[in-house]
Design a protein around this ligand. Structure first.
Ligand code: C2E
Ligand code: CA
Ligand code: CA
Ligand code: CA
Length: 279
């Protein structure tokens, strides 16, 4: 028994070594990816459920490695956050996405907003309001067309500097969205203390809302709370017409998901017939 304990300890250490090695390798690859321009920004349409019109897009990063393989953000964003590489990567995404969105404003007859995901790390380790201001000026995107998506966990920590940064950005005209709503704290009380206009109902609730009555009840409850606080609601992960119809009947304002469109390159987004941006 003693022996096998020793063995499992050794295996455990070997596993850890391997995990550390993989992380170190990924970190090096991420640095190279930045240098070599291996990242792309894709855009997924967001629609108004009453009119079915595209009113916005969420920017989602993509990484195609030099060997052609795709590495999903769920794998590399956490490593980028731990190593601080999320700062240059996040800046790159923001600049790239704002550049594209500024073009849409010039081409489209109706305004199309841009949502960009931010990591908590970006609030703590950089002068975010100055960066955003700089990028808006550089790209010419009107501030009110930019929505920054943050997570509940950033707000519940109730960090004074986060609140101040958000206020500064709000004064510029930028909007805030709370992403993945319902997965964490499921309380709207903290939201009142921050300049938040929109919540995104997490896709885990949408996935089952047609079959599962309790999931639908939760979505209904979130919509009622949001309406009493005058918050816009975006349902994410909408994949079927049944889900769309249910959300519409519950008076959910906006939706996003494969049913309306997958994340796609900027050229494809600009060429969507619903936008008819003269391409
Ligand atoms: P998220 O912000 O919650 O983004 C939604 C995710 O759901 C995206 O995955 C999107 O492709 C996917 N999705 C959209 N519609 C559907 C649908 O109908 N069904 C299903 N099953 N999935 C759908 P993706 O692009 O792999 O991104 C995963 C996560 O990585 C994002 O979750 C976000 O947390 C993070 N991420 C992506 N891009 C960025 C970025 O530029 N910066 C930061 N900080 N995080 C990012
Ligand atoms: Ca998001
Ligand atoms: Ca989300
Ligand atoms: Ca998510």
């Amino acid at each position: 028994a003693k022996d096998s304990g020793k063995n499992s300890a050794r295996f455990f250490t070997a596993d850890m070594d391997q995990a550390v090695q993989m992380r170190t390798r990924l970190e090096a690859q991420l640095r190279r990816a930045l240098d070599q321009n291996e990242f792309r920004v894709y855009f997924q349409p967001q629609v108004d459920l009453r009119t079915h019109r595209i009113v916005g897009a969420e920017a989602l990063i993509r990484w195609v490695r030099e060997d052609g393989s795709m590495c999903p953000p769920s794998e590399f964003i956490p490593v980028a956050e731990e190593t601080g590489l999320i700062t240059p990567i996040g800046e790159w995404v923001l600049r790239q996405a704002c550049t594209e969105a500024a073009r849409w404003q010039r081409l489209s007859a109706t305004p199309v907003s841009l949502a960009v995901n931010l990591s908590a790390y970006q609030f703590r380790h950089q002068d975010l309001s100055r960066l955003v201001q700089e990028i808006l000026r550089e790209t010419g995107l009107p501030a009110q067309m930019l929505e920054l998506e943050i997570t509940e966990s950033l707000l519940v920590q109730d960090d004074i500097s986060v609140g101040t940064t958000m206020q500064d950005l709000r004064h510029l005209g930028v909007h805030f969205t709370v992403d993945d709503f319902g997965t964490g704290y499921s309380s709207l009380s903290y939201i009142r203390r921050f300049p938040v206009e929109t919540i995104k109902i997490d896709q885990s609730f949408i996935r089952y809302c047609v079959q599962d009555h309790s999931a639908a009840t939760l979505v209904e409850a979130i919509l009622a709370m949001a309406s009493s606080l005058n918050l816009r609601v975006v349902a994410e992960g909408v994949e079927t017409i049944e889900q769309r119809e249910l959300l519409r009947s519950l008076r959910c304002g906006y939706a996003q998901g494969y049913y309306f469109g997958r994340p796609m390159p900027a050229e494809d987004f600009a060429a969507l017939p619903a936008l008819a941006m003269g391409v």
